[in-house]
Ligand binder design. Structure first.
Ligand code: G6P
Ligand code: MG
Length: 220
C-alpha cells in the first residue's frame, strides 16, 4: 500500500512564522502587552482565534465580541500585507527537492495546516500543484494537538492514518500526528520536538534513502 504524505505549511514549507510574529507583535504593542519570540513559539500551529485569546489572557484584557473580531481582522490584515510580496525565494531549503521526489514516485500528498491563508500562500510560492488535497483552517474546527486536520487529510487522500507520514515544526502538530496514529517527523529543534518519531533540522537533512525507508516501512 502506498503511504500518504502530509505537510504542515508555516515553518515546514515556508518561513511565515516571522510574519505571524511581526503582526502579533504590532497588536501586542498597541495593547501594551509584552510579546516575545518565545511567546510566539506557543502560537505555532495554533488557530488565529486561539492565538488572540492567549494574547489577551497574557495582558489580562477582556474584550467584547466586536472588539475581539476587530483585532482578529487587524492582525490578519497586517499579516496579509507581509505575505503579499512572498515568492519562491521564501520556500524553506530543499522542500521542492523532497516534493519532487515524492511526486516522481506517485506518492499522494496533502497539506494539513491550521492557517486560513494556506491556499494563497501555496499559490504565491508556486507549490499548490504538488498537493492532491489541502486541508486548512477553513475546514477544521478542532485545533492541533487535536488530530482532526490530519485525519481529514488522510481521509481525503484515501490513505489509512497508520500509513500516513506527517512533517511538522510545532509541538502541538507532532502531538496531533502521534494521536492520529501517524508517523511524525519533526522539522526544527529536536529538543522541543522530542515526541517526534524522527527529527531533522530542515529538509536539507532528508535524503532519498530516508524517503525510501519511509515508503517501504509505512506503506506496508
Ligand atoms: C499556522 C501557524 C500559526 C497560525 C495559524 C493560523 O498553524 O503556525 O502560527 O496562527 O496557522 O494562521 P492564519 O493564517 O489562519 O492566521
Ligand atoms: Mg507549523
Amino acid at each position: 500500500k502506498t503511504p500518504g504524505f502530509i505537510f504542515d505549511l508555516d515553518g515546514v514549507i515556508v518561513d511565515t512564522a516571522k510574519y505571524h510574529y511581526l503582526a502579533w507583535k504590532k497588536l501586542a504593542d498597541e495593547l501594551g502587552i509584552e510579546f516575545t519570540k518565545e511567546d510566539n513559539e506557543r502560537f505555532k500551529g495554533v488557530s488565529r482565534k486561539r492565538c488572540l485569546e492567549i494574547l489577551l489572557e497574557m495582558g489580562g484584557i477582556e474584550a467584547s465580541k466586536e472588539q475581539f473580531n476587530a483585532w482578529l481582522l487587524e492582525k490578519n490584515e497586517d499579516y496579509l500585507a507581509y505575505i503579499e510580496t512572498m515568492d519562491e525565494t521564501e520556500i524553506l531549503p530543499d522542500v521542492p527537492k523532497v516534493l519532487q521526489y515524492l511526486r516522481t514516485n506517485n506518492i499522494p500528498m496533502a497539506l494539513g495546516s491550521a492557517s486560513k491563508n494556506a491556499r494563497p500562500i501555496l499559490e504565491k510560492v508556486n507549490l499548490l500543484s504538488y498537493f492532491d488535497t489541502v486541508v486548512d483552517g477553513n475546514e477544521v474546527s478542532k485545533a492541533k494537538p487535536n488530530p482532526e486536520v490530519f485525519l481529514k487529510a488522510s481521509e481525503k487522500l484515501g490513505t489509512k492514518p497508520e500509513h500516513c507520514v506527517v512533517f511538522e515544526d510545532a509541538l502541538a502538530g507532532i502531538e496531533a500526528a502521534n494521536s492520529a496514529g501517524m508517523t511524525s517527523i519533526g522539522i526544527g529543534d529536536a529538543e522541543i520536538l522530542s515526541n517526534a518519531k524522527f527529527n531533522f533540522i530542515d529538509f536539507t537533512e532528508i535524503d532519498d534513502d530516508f524517503l525510501n525507508t519511509l515508503l517501504d516501512g509505512v506503506g506496508s
